[in-house]
Design a protein around this ligand. Structure first.
Ligand code: FES
Length: 161
């Protein structure tokens, strides 16, 4: 049995699909919506994830606590996460810059990008992509959903990571 992500037309992922062999050795698919009325926000490079991947959602903050130019800095299960808002869409990204130790949520946010406060690497908020500077790699993104105006995220591990 495996879980995988279904990719939507705009390049983002919009569902987790549980695949399990039936008795005839074909596959059944069960789809779990993951974003409710919020923007789908899942790891961009995720392929197959392990069956034991956790799907528990952690409450992070109220949507009113996230401003377009002031992200919300959270700690979820010991991980530093930055919550960003772009108009009515929300994104959860790892908050520690991959280059050295700086919290990106303390950086400069503009035009859908965040600039690291230390050495000015620039990351795209939608994809987590490193666009410029010494970031070294893209940021991990996390699934995000909104329930009763509360932002919740889940930390899904990539297969093999
Ligand atoms: S710590 Fe972020 S670019 Fe160096």
């Amino acid at each position: 049995m495996t879980l995988r992500l279904k990719k939507s037309l705009d390049g983002f992922f919009d569902a987790l699909i549980l695949e399990k062999p039936d008795k005839k050795h074909s596959f059944k698919y069960e789809t779990f919506p993951v974003a409710g009325n919020a923007r789908c926000d899942l790891l961009p490079r995720m392929g197959t994830i392990t069956p034991e991947a956790k799907m528990s959602w952690s409450k992070v903050c109220d949507i009113s606590q996230v401003k377009e130019d002031v992200p919300y800095a959270a700690t979820v299960e010991g991980k530093k996460i930055g919550i960003y808002r772009l108009q009515e869409e929300y994104y959860a990204l790892e908050d520690i810059c991959p280059h050295a130790y700086a919290l990106l949520s303390q950086g400069f946010v503009e035009d859908g990008k965040v600039e690291c406060p230390l050495h000015e690497a620039i990351f795209d908020l939608r994809s987590g992509r490193c666009l410029h500077g010494p970031g070294g790699r893209d940021l991990t993104r996390y699934p995000l959903r909104i329930r009763d105006n509360q932002i919740e995220i889940t930390l899904i591990k990539e297969n093999g990571s």
